[in-house]
Design a protein around this ligand. Structure first.
Ligand SMILES: Cc1cc2nc3c(=O)[nH]c(=O)nc-3n(C[C@H](O)[C@H](O)[C@H](O)COP(=O)(O)O)c2cc1C
Ligand code: SF4
Length: 615
């Protein structure tokens, strides 16, 4: 297939212009390559050469970025790229029939591009729409609750030459960014709590912060008991204090809007409904730690929210809420840029996220140093989740005690839960910490559940007999994903899917994660086929603990969780599938010798110490 590869002089000139629009800055490499991908549908070798010359990097460095991200392609893509969400929730909600309908209508299989270069069809991991699955991205447009009938209409429209935007509304161009986002995606707010989704006055927290000393702001956030909502639950006030005390004149605030954990979509709703509150929280953090620069890292899958957030940023600049001397406070200068990702789950890990913001492949960084002392471009950096910033703004408005008094002893305030899967009312529930899984299931119409995945695949899968466990940091910690599975679902199919997700998303830096997860996935496949030996259960445990112990970042340290938690809570699922045989899985690969070198390379630090610094 031939695509519009930039071979002519005018096309090369256009690439030079794209680089110049980004100041020929190598740290803007992801933006540069995204712009080229959008324009030419691929990053060709000639392009990489031009980009390398313009940004004064080597071609290898440019290729390293271009080849890392799933949404960038070295091969030409179709003018319209259809990315079907391949999450297990989508599969159970009818993805196979939706896929078949696309393949039949377009005359291509998943993974192919049509001969005329009009369409590419591919699968992509969770795109944050589990409450309205099956879903797909068509270029920058999000489509949800797909059925074969809808697919027939979609493909007819697109094949008649209309734009993906026309699928949303024939007057798409006249809609505001907020209206566009709403037309594409439902919010499904099922329960609004007192902190985030109820009434929120405009910038009340920011105004309070202007009357306080930076250290008083940090004291207040610390006294509230606020813990990070991205999953690890590190105390936010402490993180801000570390950054404020770090050496250096410039500091950076990064909002982690990467939201890639399968089953999580609460940040999507905050980004749509509470973007001002999130930016208010970032601005308060900037005042607290003395930062002048902010970045919102928005996952590539949420590109449909880009113009909405850009509009909010522009509005706040115009009203003196961002920029120089914010709200008249002399010397309080802070502004924010939006960094769009390009399809890589690992970029949610804060080191990888910082690498990505720096224009590098999204690989985790070796720790220490931690971002609070040496983060973005070597500057002290606070990375917090979208929800954490929103909470911080509310705490400054309503006070530490108000927040502290909600929830439980070790988990204060409210939490957004993204509930999806086999329940009647999938969506967002803002609830105080401390509810049991059973209580949440009753609210969501998921009483018939046989299994619930709390915290996404890197979390815990629990069985019906433990639904009284509590949603708190002290019991079942979660960044917010709650995926409900009925008794009709095959647990091993679910586990095998999640292992394939980790295999796909491993950045490949360390052998235990890169290789070990492939072996775990294969081993689960053997259990599913009834080809495993009783001793292979021990093999799964051994290999899992080796991967956890020797991986460099949180992805590898949690990737065996789907296996470990189901071995623990659904042991019969495994034991029912084994039979005595000589053909043991273990014999096929010796992970210990394969990772001997990796152990040396990774120089793994103690996990306990990492936890102390926010992971
Ligand atoms: C593989 C991996 C993916 C992650 N993805 C996200 C994410 O999408 N969003 C997020 O806020 N934190 C994510 N985290 C956690 C971040 O590394 C970091 O702890 C968090 O952004 C800190 O913010 P918080 O303290 O407000 O939670 C991820 C961690 C790992 C190991
Ligand atoms: S544990 Fe996995 S994702 Fe993390 S650095 Fe190693 S290979 Fe990359």
């Amino acid at each position: 297939m031939t695509g519009p590869q930039p071979s002519s002089t005018s096309e090369q000139a256009e690439i030079v212009r794209i680089c110049q629009d980004h100041g020929n800055d190598p740290h803007r490499m992801l933006d540069i390559l995204r712009a080229i991908q959008d324009r030419f549908r691929c990053i060709s070798r000639a392009t990489m050469k031009t980009v390398a010359a313009e940004t004064e990097l080597t071609e290898i460095a440019v290729e390293g970025v271009a080849s890392f991200y799933a949404f960038l392609s070295l091969e030409p893509k179709g003018r319209i790229t259809i990315r079907l969400c391949d999450d297990i929730v989508d599969r159970f909600a009818g993805l196979p029939k939706v896929t078949e309908a696309f393949e039949t209508a377009l005359g291509i299989k998943v993974g192919e591009t049509s001969a005329d270069g009009a369409f590419s069809l591919e699968y992509t991991p969770c795109i944050g729409m589990c409450d309205q699955a099956p879903a797909a991205m068509i270029n920058d447009v999000m489509l949800t609750e797909l059925t074969p009938e809808k697919v027939r209409k979609i493909t007819e429209t697109l094949m008649s030459g209309r734009r993906p935007e026309d699928l949303i509304s024939h007057r798409f161009d006249d809609l505001t960014p907020y209206e566009r986002a709403h037309r594409m995606v439902e919010n499904n707010i099922r329960h609004a709590g007192a902190v985030l989704l109820g009434h929120v006055p405009d910038d009340a927290g920011l105004k309070t912060s202007l009357d306080l000393q930076p250290s008083q702001i940090i004291d207040m956030v610390e006294a509230s008991g606020l813990r990070g909502c991205g999953g690890a639950g590190f105390t936010s006030g402490r993180k801000w204090r570390f950054a404020s005390e770090a050496e250096g004149e410039h500091r950076v605030i990064i909002c982690n809007a990467d939201e890639g954990e399968p089953g999580t979509f609460k940040d999507r709703v905050l980004l749509t409904e509470r973007p001002h509150l999130m930016i208010e929280g970032m601005t308060i953090a900037a005042r607290a730690v003395g930062a002048s620069e902010g970045i919102i890292y928005l996952r590539g899958e949420y590109v449909y929210l880009r113009e909405l957030i850009e509009e909010v940023l522009a509005d706040r600049r115009a009203r003196g809420l961002l920029g120089k001397d914010i709200l008249g406070a002399r010397g309080f200068d802070f502004d924010i840029r939006l960094q769009l990702g390009a399809g890589a789950y690992i970029c949610g890990e804060e080191g990888a996220l910082i690498s990505s913001c720096e224009g590098l492949p999204g690989e985790p960084k070796t720790r220490p140093p931690f971002p609070v002392t040496r983060g973005y471009l070597g500057l002290p950096t606070v990375v917090n989740n979208v929800e954490t910033f929103c909470h911080a703004a509310r705490i400054l408005d309503r006070g530490a005690k108000w927040f502290f008094d909600m929830g439980t002893e070790g988990s204060h305030g409210t939490k957004l839960f993204s509930v999806s899967g086999d329940c009647l009312n999938p969506g967002i529930y803002e609830l105080p910490y401390g509810l049991s899984v059973r209580e949440l299931l009753e609210m969501a119409g998921g009483e018939d559940a046989a299994a619930v995945l709390v915290g996404g695949p890197s979390g815990t899968m629990i069985a019906r007999d433990t639904f009284d466990r509590k949603l708190t940091f002290d019991d079942l910690a979660t960044g917010g994903a709650i995926v409900v599975f009925s008794g009709e679902r095959n647990i091993l199919e679910i586990v095998e899917y999640y292992m394939s997700f980790f295999v796909h998303e491993s950045c490949g830096y360390c052998t235990p994660c890169r290789v070990g997860n492939v072996f775990l996935q294969k081993a689960v496949g053997k259990f599913r086929k009834g080809l495993a030996n009783p001793a292979d259960i021990e093999y799964l445990r051994d290999l899992s603990s080796t991967i956890i112990e020797t991986s460099r970042c949180g992805l590898g340290m949690t990737s065996p969780n789907p296996i470990l938690s189901t071995l623990e809570n659904f042991p019969l699922v495994y034991s029912a599938m084994v039979k005595p045989s000589e053909d043991r899985i273990r014999a096929t690969f010796d992970i210990q010798s394969a990772i001997a070198d990796a152990r040396q390379l990774a120089k793994r630090r103690s996990y306990i110490l990492d936890k102390d610094f926010g992971e």
